[in-house]
Design a protein around this ligand. Structure first.
Ligand SMILES: NC(=O)c1ccc[n+]([C@@H]2O[C@H](COP(=O)([O-])OP(=O)(O)OC[C@H]3O[C@@H](n4cnc5c(N)ncnc54)[C@H](O)[C@@H]3O)[C@@H](O)[C@H]2O)c1
Length: 341
């Protein structure tokens, strides 16, 4: 199938482009590099079976996007394009609402205009807030959003549920709630590319190990967890990428019966920040310079997924371990410093 991948030069999008191409699909990358770099597209060409299409465009630009859809005739859309920094969204809410909600509306309207049957939306475990029970399932309550970013994911999901209710809908959607994607392609050619100081743990770890950051701060050592540090469900980005291929294939197979389905994508178990740091030290053979700081406002003590639904319906489960992801992230960080970009 020809699949439009908005945000396809970004962290998760780029790995999904590789997974799609290597599963026999034709990815159509649409990105304006507001949070990524053009060299990634060249690297994707070398990693993909067949050359993916690429268009530099802002998903908010309705006319330009219509021109791309007219030319490329995609049969499915995976919509990654969004801003994702929680802290920034608190400081600049309009920027987040404009891009995350505005670009989604645009793409959904174009989906209808061009009769594109399949749609996959990037959501997040942030929709669960501080969960009442662990692990969280897809039916766990969605809690009041802690940030404008989190709210844009809730709104995005609601838009898709409302579209499903509008009876004449023939288009089907999958909502994927990612837990904590980390790692990189094992080639070291693509990976997470934070522009500026990373907000996420693993790029902070690899940049500290590489000497770009002086010291890692672990936020909180007094949580009610076995070692006092926060627990998250880390998932290798290639496992996550492959889930998107399953989701698109499943939509195509089950088109007549599928509605809007939600899937948790996580490993199904949690790792503490301290465990991540220690595993990184093991795989890299380095001692990391870190200290403990106060809890970060808005951080939940622990969250991890029940991903049984994805296994049962999509036939998907993680294949890679935390140590694989950290080894690949470190390899990417080292390649990044060696190779011209
Ligand atoms: N990385 C995570 O931890 C995480 C967790 C849960 C959900 N998500 C969601 O997954 C999606 C992808 O995240 P990511 O980590 O790959 O982020 P990313 O910033 O690396 O990738 C997003 C890509 O979209 C592009 N983009 C953004 N707005 C655009 C627009 N209007 N037009 C064209 N291109 C645009 C950016 O340039 C970037 O290449 C996002 O929707 C994010 O909210 C990410």
């Amino acid at each position: 199938m020809r699949i439009a991948v908005t945000g396809g030069a970004g962290f998760i999008g780029s790995h999904t482009v590789v997974a799609l191409a290597n599963a026999g699909h034709h990815p159509i990358i649409i990105d304006d590099f507001r949070n990524s770099k053009p060299f990634i597209v060249g690297r994707l060409e070398s990693l993909c079976k067949g050359k993916p299409s690429f268009h530099e465009a802002d998903c908010n630009d309705r006319d330009k996007m219509a021109g791309i859809f007219e030319k490329e005739q995609p049969e499915g859309i995976i919509h990654f394009a969004a801003y994702k920094a929680v802290g920034e969204s608190v400081r600049e809410p309009l920027k987040y609402y404009r891009n995350n909600v505005g670009s989604l509306l645009n793409v959904l309207e174009l989906q209808r205009q061009f009769g594109i049957p399949y749609f996959v939306f990037s959501s997040s475990c942030t929709v669960y807030g501080v969960p009442d029970e662990l692990p969280v399932t897809e039916t766990s309550p969605v809690k009041k959003a802690q940030s404008p970013y989190g709210f844009t994911k809730q709104v995005g999901e609601q838009i898709l549920f409302d579209l499903q209710k509008a009876a004449s809908e023939s288009a089907k959607s999958v909502i994927l709630r990612y837990f904590n994607p980390i790692g990189a392609h094992p080639s070291g050619l693509i990976g997470e590319l934070p522009l500026g100081e990373p907000e996420n743990l693993v790029p902070y770890i690899t940049q500290t190990a590489a000497g770009i950051r002086e010291q890692l701060t672990i936020f909180g050592k007094d949580y009610e967890t076995p070692d006092g540090t926060a627990i998250r469900d880390y998932i290798h980005v290639m496992d996550l990428a492959e889930a998107h291929v399953r989701a698109i294939d499943w939509l195509a197979e089950k088109r007549s019966e599928a509605g809007t389905e939600v899937f948790n994508l996580g490993a199904g178990s949690g790792s503490s920040v301290k465990e991540v740091v220690e595993t990184f030290e093991d795989v890299s053979g380095l001692k990391l310079n870190y200290r403990y700081g106060p809890r970060r406002p808005g951080d939940v003590p622990a969250i991890y997924a029940n991903a049984d639904k994805a296994l049962k319906i999509l036939g998907w489960a993680v294949q890679r371990k935390l140590s694989d992801a950290l080894r690949d992230a470190w390899n990417w960080q080292q390649q990044l410093q060696k190779l011209p970009v």
